[in-house]
Write a protein that binds this ligand. Structure first.
Ligand code: SAH
Length: 248
C-alpha cells in the first residue's frame, strides 16, 4: 500500500509537501500558542516536518499517519535528527477513518483532505480524535482569482472550477459547518515556488540517475512542461492556506 510513485520521485527531497515555507510553518506553530505536552494528530503527515519542528520548538507530542512508505521513513529520520524521536510517532498506513486512541489538542490534515472525502468529511473525521475545545487544522487550496474558464482550472491540474472556492467563500464554508476560523496562515507565490520549483531539480537529478526507469519518459515530459504550466496557471490562480478551526 503506497501513494503513486510519481510523487515519491518528484517530492523525495521535500521536507514540506505544500507551499508553506519553513518560516510560515513556524509562524503557524507560534500562532496556535501550543503548550508543552500538547498532543497533535496529523493525518497525511508527509515527511513529518510540522510535527518534528513543533516538537522541537514547542514541546508538543505528535502522531502522524501517512500512506507513503518513503515519506514516513523520512519523518522518522527527521525526528531523530531534531532529537524529538521520543515525542513524535509516525505510522505508515491509510489515514482514511483513522481515529486516535487518546483525544488530541490539535487534529490536523494539511494538504490531504481527500483522506476524508473532502473538507467537510475530513473535519468530521478529525473531530472524532479531538478533545472538546481543541483545534482542527485544515490545509487547503483556494482560488486567488476565480478562473474565467474550465481550461484555466485544468491548467492548475484541478478537475473543475467548482472544486475550490475563493478565500472569503472558503472561510464562510467553515462557518456553515459550525466552526469559527480562529487563525490562518496563507502561502504566497514564493512558497509555491519552493514547493513546485523544488521538484524540477529533483526530477532532473532523478533522470540522470535513472535513465532507463519505466517512469523516465513521464518524468522527462513533466520536467519539460511544468515550469511554464506552473508559471501560467498554478502560481497565478491558486492560493493555499492552513486554517485553524474551533467549534462555534
Ligand atoms: N501534510 C504533509 C504532506 C502533504 S502532501 C505536508 O504538508 O508536508 C499529501 C500527503 O498525503 C502525502 O504525504 C501522501 O503520502 C499522503 N496521503 C495520500 N493519501 C493518503 C491516505 N489515504 N492516508 C494517509 N496519507 C495519505
Amino acid at each position: 500500500m503506497d501513494i503513486p510513485r510519481i510523487f515519491t520521485i518528484t517530492e523525495s527531497a521535500h521536507r514540506i509537501h505544500n507551499p508553506l515555507t519553513p518560516d510560515k510553518l513556524a509562524t503557524l506553530g507560534a500562532a496556535l500558542r501550543l503548550k508543552t505536552g500538547a498532543r497533535v494528530l496529523d493525518l497525511g503527515s508527509g515527511s513529518g516536518e510540522m510535527l518534528c519542528t513543533w516538537a522541537r520548538d514547542h514541546g508538543i507530542t505528535g502522531l502522524g499517519v501517512d500512506l507513503s512508505r518513503l515519506f514516513t521513513e523520512q519523518a522518522k529520520l527527521r525526528a531523530e535528527e531534531l532529537g524529538v524521536a521520543d515525542r513524535v510517532e509516525f505510522i505508515h498506513g491509510d489515514a482514511a477513518g483513522f481515529v486516535a486512541d487518546q483525544k488530541v489538542d490539535v487534529a490536523a490534515c494539511v494538504g490531504a483532505t481527500w483522506i476524508g472525502g473532502g473538507v467537510a468529511g475530513t473535519i468530521a473525521l478529525l473531530e472524532k480524535s479531538l478533545r472538546p475545545g481543541g483545534i482542527i487544522l485544515i490545509g487547503e487550496p483556494y482560488w486567488r482569482q476565480a478562473p474565467s474558464t474550465q481550461d484555466v482550472a485544468k491548467g492548475c491540474l484541478v478537475e473543475s472550477i467548482s472544486e475550490y472556492l475563493i478565500l472569503p467563500e472558503l472561510l464562510a464554508s467553515f462557518g456553515e459547518l459550525g466552526y469559527d476560523v480562529v487563525e490562518m496562515v496563507l502561502a504566497d507565490q514564493e512558497g509555491w515556488d519552493r514547493y513546485e520549483a523544488a521538484k524540477w531539480l529533483t526530477m532532473r537529478r532523478w533522470l540522470e540517475n535513472n535513465p532507463n526507469d519505466e517512469m523516465a519518459t513521464e518524468v522527462r515530459a513533466q520536467l519539460t512542461s511544468e515550469p511554464m504550466r506552473f508559471a501560467r496557471y498554478t502560481r497565478e490562480y491558486l492560493g493555499w492556506g492552513v486554517f485553524a478551526l474551533m467549534v462555534r
